[in-house]
Write a protein that binds this ligand. Sequence first.
Ligand SMILES: [Zn+2]
Length: 106
Amino acid sequence: MAGGSRRAALRAAARERLRTGDDDAPRRPATERVEDGYAVRQVAGTPGRTYRCPGCDQELPSGRPHVVAWPEGRPDDRRHWHTPCWAARGRRGVKVHRSKNAPRHG
Ligand SMILES: [Zn+2]
Protein backbone atom coordinates (compact mmCIF):
# COMPACT_ATOMS: atom_id res chain seq x y z
CA MET A 1 0.00 0.00 0.00
CA ALA A 2 1.20 3.50 -0.70
CA GLY A 3 0.84 4.99 2.71
CA GLY A 4 3.40 7.66 1.94
CA SER A 5 1.34 9.33 -0.73
CA ARG A 6 -1.60 9.66 1.62
CA ARG A 7 0.61 11.47 4.06
CA ALA A 8 1.86 13.72 1.28
CA ALA A 9 -1.73 14.52 0.38
CA LEU A 10 -2.47 15.43 3.97
CA ARG A 11 0.58 17.64 4.07
CA ALA A 12 -0.47 19.32 0.83
CA ALA A 13 -3.91 19.94 2.27
CA ALA A 14 -2.39 21.50 5.35
CA ARG A 15 -0.20 23.70 3.20
CA GLU A 16 -3.23 24.73 1.18
CA ARG A 17 -5.02 25.67 4.38
CA LEU A 18 -2.04 27.75 5.43
CA ARG A 19 -1.88 29.51 2.10
CA THR A 20 -5.49 30.60 2.29
CA GLY A 21 -5.21 31.48 5.97
CA ASP A 22 -4.61 34.90 7.45
CA ASP A 23 -0.92 34.14 7.92
CA ASP A 24 -0.23 34.65 4.27
CA ALA A 25 -2.70 37.45 3.67
CA PRO A 26 -0.99 40.20 1.73
CA ARG A 27 -0.65 43.34 3.78
CA ARG A 28 -2.25 45.64 1.27
CA PRO A 29 -5.09 48.10 1.52
CA ALA A 30 -8.40 46.64 0.43
CA THR A 31 -8.29 48.90 -2.60
CA GLU A 32 -4.99 47.45 -3.83
CA ARG A 33 -4.53 44.33 -5.92
CA VAL A 34 -1.99 42.81 -8.26
CA GLU A 35 -2.61 42.30 -11.98
CA ASP A 36 -0.02 41.08 -14.49
CA GLY A 37 2.84 41.95 -12.18
CA TYR A 38 1.45 45.40 -11.53
CA ALA A 39 0.22 46.72 -8.23
CA VAL A 40 -3.09 48.40 -8.93
CA ARG A 41 -4.87 50.79 -6.65
CA GLN A 42 -8.22 52.44 -7.05
CA VAL A 43 -7.92 56.03 -5.85
CA ALA A 44 -10.43 58.79 -5.32
CA GLY A 45 -8.36 61.36 -7.15
CA THR A 46 -6.68 64.48 -5.85
CA PRO A 47 -8.45 67.80 -6.36
CA GLY A 48 -6.24 70.26 -8.19
CA ARG A 49 -3.97 67.60 -9.69
CA THR A 50 -4.26 66.28 -13.20
CA TYR A 51 -2.44 63.33 -14.73
CA ARG A 52 -2.06 61.98 -18.24
CA CYS A 53 -3.48 58.55 -18.84
CA PRO A 54 -0.98 56.32 -20.70
CA GLY A 55 -3.86 54.27 -22.12
CA CYS A 56 -5.49 57.02 -24.19
CA ASP A 57 -3.04 59.91 -23.76
CA GLN A 58 -5.80 62.13 -22.40
CA GLU A 59 -5.77 64.05 -19.16
CA LEU A 60 -7.40 62.72 -16.04
CA PRO A 61 -9.66 65.40 -14.61
CA SER A 62 -8.63 66.38 -11.11
CA GLY A 63 -10.59 64.80 -8.32
CA ARG A 64 -11.93 62.04 -10.57
CA PRO A 65 -11.67 58.48 -9.19
CA HIS A 66 -9.19 56.51 -11.25
CA VAL A 67 -6.60 53.74 -11.17
CA VAL A 68 -2.96 54.03 -10.18
CA ALA A 69 -0.75 51.16 -11.34
CA TRP A 70 2.96 50.45 -11.05
CA PRO A 71 5.29 47.50 -11.59
CA GLU A 72 5.43 45.63 -8.33
CA GLY A 73 8.18 46.92 -6.10
CA ARG A 74 8.68 50.04 -8.25
CA PRO A 75 6.11 52.54 -6.97
CA ASP A 76 8.18 55.37 -8.46
CA ASP A 77 7.09 54.11 -11.88
CA ARG A 78 3.41 54.47 -11.07
CA ARG A 79 1.04 55.76 -13.72
CA HIS A 80 -2.45 57.16 -13.44
CA TRP A 81 -5.05 55.59 -15.68
CA HIS A 82 -8.71 56.13 -16.42
CA THR A 83 -10.41 53.15 -14.84
CA PRO A 84 -11.82 51.88 -18.19
CA CYS A 85 -8.46 52.46 -19.92
CA TRP A 86 -6.70 50.27 -17.38
CA ALA A 87 -9.36 47.61 -17.76
CA ALA A 88 -9.00 47.75 -21.55
CA ARG A 89 -5.21 48.07 -21.72
CA GLY A 90 -4.79 44.60 -23.20
CA ARG A 91 -7.27 45.26 -25.98
CA ARG A 92 -5.64 48.59 -26.77
CA GLY A 93 -2.28 46.93 -27.23
CA VAL A 94 -0.55 48.87 -24.49
CA LYS A 95 2.67 47.07 -23.76
CA VAL A 96 2.61 45.43 -20.39
CA HIS A 97 6.12 44.69 -19.24
CA ARG A 98 6.43 41.65 -17.11
CA SER A 99 8.88 42.44 -14.37
CA LYS A 100 10.72 39.18 -15.02
CA ASN A 101 11.73 40.19 -18.53
CA ALA A 102 11.77 43.93 -18.13
CA PRO A 103 15.21 45.51 -18.30
CA ARG A 104 16.31 47.06 -15.08
CA HIS A 105 16.93 50.78 -15.02
CA GLY A 106 19.15 51.57 -12.12
ZN1 LIG B 1 -7.44 56.98 -20.53
